[in-house]
Ligand binder design. Structure first.
Ligand code: PEP
Ligand code: MN
Length: 373
């Protein structure tokens, strides 16, 4: 059972104390508290776990600090929507909203290679009014002899350059909890010129120890990639691991499924599930068209298939796009064949704007049809 308390309830409030005293007397019930921090207000949620079926909903609802009571299923306890369309989604980070209504574009390098390319990339982002990027410093590679990323050595100059070009948030994959500490240290030493979202790659979706480590801290949000060979339910449960440890600032990323049936795409594009994840959970949903489509193939209409796939995700309500760009794709150390060029950034953004507007129009049509019923 989930109890949502009145906004801005503090632990020192008499109403809160009275409520807790009552709850602590319930037998067979464990109490877990959770704080959801928004831009303007914080919401305190209380989870009653265990023997809750016998509890009287009205009695709990009448406790002084309680605004609302929801019976929740066992799955996705914290991140789940539990059939309540009004529950708030997402979080704020570095002054930006990440929720089920926002759309943040994270264009950038799959892998950090050298300062020249990083600077060219960031300069292009700033020129196009963007303030987020992706930058891979730790690369999980199939081949042990392939370039593994510059790791912590590149962090000082990457963060300095981010500050120089007003980049607020970098999505950066971590494959071990020590990487999070390295990033934290480098950010502190650089004077925290930007923020970082800890990206968990598809190969680590069920690395439960990594999930727990990232879930135990609240400083950095997490971007969890869907596992490419497991069910959606298993991947959503992986996201819930992060929240169950205390960090509910989680973005869920669809990035395609490993299947021969997706060929000639690198993975089977799964963006039809954007609305599904939004219905089942309160997480903002990201799409990664680069790792899904995996090529620069152009359709007969002159549009890259990768851009068609991105638009399909945005038309379905995606809240974030993680996309590979590179100033010189043929020189990229990782995933060059799927990188868009800097000349393609402006048309890409225009395309996204059209798709976002069309999405909002579509929603209006269906909402007015529903209200006519
Ligand atoms: C990436 O985003 O660079 C990446 C390796 O993605 P994925 O984990 O989805 O393969
Ligand atoms: Mn890549």
């Amino acid at each position: 059972m989930l109890l949502i308390l009145h906004p801005n309830t503090q632990e020192s409030d008499p109403a809160f104390k009275k409520t807790m005293t009552h709850l602590q007397q319930l037998s067979g019930v464990t109490i877990k508290q959770h704080e959801v921090r928004g831009q303007l207000q914080s919401l305190r949620e209380i989870y009653l776990l265990g023997d809750t079926y016998a509890l009287d909903l009205e009695e709990i609802e009448s406790l002084p600090a309680v605004e609302k009571v929801i019976r929740i299923s066992d799955e996705y306890r914290i991140l789940g929507r539990h059939k309540d369309q009004q529950r708030r989604s997402g979080f704020h980070y570095q002054g930006l909203a990440f929720d089920q209504d926002s759309l943040n574009i994270f264009a950038g390098l799959c892998a950090v290679d050298n300062p020249k390319h990083v600077e060219e990339m960031l300069r292009a982002l700033k020129a196009n009014g963007l303030s987020c990027t992706r930058m891979g410093a730790y690369k999980p590679r199939t081949n042990p002899y392939a370039f593994q990323g510059h790791g912590k050595d590149c962090l000082p100059w990457v963060f300095d350059l981010a500050g120089k070009y007003d980049i607020k948030v970098i999505a950066m994959e971590v494959t071990h909890e020590s990487h999070m500490q390295e990033i934290d240290r480098a950010l502190a030493e650089a004077g925290r010129p930007c923020g970082v979202i800890m990206q968990i790659g598809t190969r680590n979706t069920q690395n439960f120890e990594l999930l727990k480590a990232i879930g135990k801290q609240n400083e950095y949000p997490a971007l969890l990639k869907r596992g490419f060979g497991i069910t959606l339910n298993e991947s959503l449960n992986a996201a819930e691991y992060l929240a169950s440890e205390g960090n509910s600032q989680v973005i869920f990323c669809l990035r395609g499924m490993k299947s021969e049936f997706g060929a000639p795409h690198r993975n089977m594009v799964d963006f039809a599930q954007v609305p599904t994840v939004k219905r089942l959970t309160r997480m903002p949903v990201c799409i990664d068209p680069s790792h899904s489509v995996g090529s620069r193939d152009v359709a007969p209409d002159g549009v890259l298939e990768l851009c068609h796939a991105t638009a399909q995700g945005v038309l379905a309500g995606a809240n974030m796009v993680l996309v590979d760009f590179h100033p010189a794709p043929t020189k990229a150390l990782v995933d060059g064949p799927q990188a868009l060029t800097l000349n393609e950034l402006e048309p890409f953004l225009k395309d996204m704007e059209i798709a976002k507007k069309a999405y909002l129009e579509r929603v209006k049509v269906w909402q007015s049809a529903a209200s006519d019923d």
